[in-house]
Design a protein around this ligand. Structure first.
Ligand SMILES: *Cc1c(COP(=O)(O)O)cnc(C)c1O
Length: 498
């Protein structure tokens, strides 16, 4: 059976996986979903005996059915090669009474690489033979931007425009983006928050006049955010692969249920865990860990999603998000695929800033998802205790998850043989905050001095791509307002595709 995709807000027309990847977002503003999810299961016995690459093949060929097996193989070879600092790609390591799933071994030192090393290759295969340029337009809360730039740079026929919120990413994250080389890249800071930038990017995608204008120049827009199904699907792989690693280590037996705790912003990573469960992985609970921007904790506790609240800048900036786009997909599946309901809820969110789901729908979500949040003080304390007690250095996003796991899940320690905490970034991306959390930060140290001090104090080694940043020239200096983003994109299209 061919796996087709349609919008969360209407099932009237369907597209193939390749078309869904290239489009990014459905024409009505909804997100692409497949009704094949729930009808298919992966072979767990087989997966427990194979490596990351083979499991990636099983996952991708199941959900991206119009890619040939050869195309998927080529994508996997290219995406998960020597640019990773470990052949295991996503190793699982012990941490106290649970496990750490390390997702930061790729070229930009954050988990976004797992999908964004793959996505450009999925684009290239989908566009093969078609004479059309695609401009990737991406809003980033800090890590997606660099991972997208690195993945899409210098690929013929593709361009990438990245918008990050000015002053709301770490210094290292900003430098990763502003020093990006490549003939097809454009980077701009936006005055405002990630939510402002993401809202405007979604509006740009839905702007039919702009689409028409670009079409006459043979150009289309698409997304590298986790609203793109081509970003979510590759993330399913590491849930299965982590399980396989635990089986091989003898930590669990085949069939045992495990729970995952996921530091969450746009709800993409944890949704991939839900997809893994739907594909037959024995997942008990998925724990949604938030920082002080705890809109998802409130939603899972009360059934009301309310974005009318003050934005808080935290030490885990990649999770400073109030509108978690991928929740829309969970609502679709948890409501028995009620597209009318989803369209209604999303209209309420847009126009009134709030929606409430029925008790029945909330119960279904709570049957799988736990939740909790950590303040910056708790996050810093977790970084420090993890270092002092376990001698493991974790980044602030991972610390949010570990703190929430220890707090909300004591009952799971008896119920599950293994609990897995997703570790989403290298601590060196946040050198200054991590050093401060360890109580080792003197006044007035710049980020590279902090990086050196962190290495010296802990005896750990920063990723070479991060320590080298200090020598790179700053190329992208632009700053714009939300209403100037469209102009920036059209200018980038003319420059890159002319
Ligand atoms: C993006 C990101 C997250 C949040 O992931 P979502 O898929 O947006 O929920 C967590 N940690 C880090 C380091 C990230 O870059």
């Amino acid at each position: 059976m061919d796996v087709q995709y349609h919008s969360t807000r209407s099932s009237l027309s369907s597209v193939s996986a390749k078309q869904a990847v290239v489009s990014g977002i459905a024409p009505d503003g909804g997100l692409f979903v497949s009704d094949a999810l729930g009808t298919k299961a992966l072979d767990l016995t087989r997966i427990s005996g194979q490596d990351f690459h083979a499991t990636a093949h099983d996952v991708l060929s199941t959900l991206l059915a119009d890619y040939t097996s050869e195309e998927i193989d080529e994508c996997i070879q290219g995406a998960y090669g020597p640019q990773w600092d470990t052949p295991a790609i996503t190793p699982v390591t012990p941490l106290g009474n649970h496990w750490l799933l390390e997702l930061f071994h790729g070229p930009t030192s954050a988990f976004k690489d797992i999908a964004l090393q793959m996505l450009p290759r999925l684009f290239t295969k989908a566009l093969a033979g078609r004479k059309r340029n695609v401009m990737i337009v991406t809003a980033t809360s800090g890590d997606t931007g660099k991972a997208a730039l690195e993945g899409f740079k210098d690929i013929p026929g593709l361009g990438v425009s990245v918008f990050y919120p000015e002053g709301k990413v770490s210094d290292i994250q900003r430098l990763q983006m502003t020093t990006q080389t490549g003939s097809n890249v454009a980077v701009c800071a936006v005055r405002g928050t990630f939510d402002n930038a993401q809202t405007e990017v979604k509006r740009i995608f839905a702007d039919s006049e702009l689409a028409e204008h670009l079409r006459s120049a043979n150009t289309a827009l698409s997304s590298a955010n986790s609203i793109n199904i081509g970003r979510l699907v590759p993330q399913i792989t590491y849930y299965f692969d982590a399980y396989a690693q635990l089986v091989r280590r003898g930590a669990i037996s085949l069939g045992d249920r495990v729970s995952f705790c996921v530091p969450t912003g746009n709800f993409g990573d944890v949704l991939a865990g839900y997809f893994a469960k739907t594909l037959g992985l024995p997942v008990d609970r998925l724990i949604v860990a938030s920082n002080a921007n705890k809109v998802l904790t409130d939603f899972i506790q009360t059934g009301t999603y309310d974005r009318r609240r003050a934005f808080k800048k935290t030490m885990s900036p990649s999770m400073d998000i109030i509108v978690s786009s991928n929740l829309e997909r969970l609502l679709y599946y948890a409501s028995d695929k009620d597209t009318n309901l989803i369209a209604f809820l999303m209209r309420n969110l847009r126009e009134k800033g709030v929606y409430t789901v029925s008790a029945q729908l909330l119960d279904r979500i709570r049957a799988i998802f736990d939740c909790g949040f950590a303040t910056d003080a708790e996050t810093a304390a977790t970084i420090r205790s993890t270092w002092e007690e376990e001698h493991v250095l974790i980044d602030p996003h991972t610390a949010v998850a570990r703190c929430v796991l220890e707090r909300v899940a004591p009952h799971l320690f008896t119920r599950n043989k293994a609990l897995v905490c997703l570790s989403t970034a290298s601590p060196y991306k946040f050198s200054s905050d991590v050093l401060a959390a360890l109580g080792r930060k003197p006044e007035n140290l710049d980020d590279f001095a902090c990086m050196d001090a962190l290495a010296e104090y802990t005896g750990t080694v920063p990723p070479i791509t991060l320590s080298r940043l200090r020598d790179n020239a700053i190329i992208h200096t632009g700053v714009c307002d939300q209403n100037q983003m469209e102009r920036f994109v059209t200018t980038a299209c003319s420059r890159i595709f002319s």
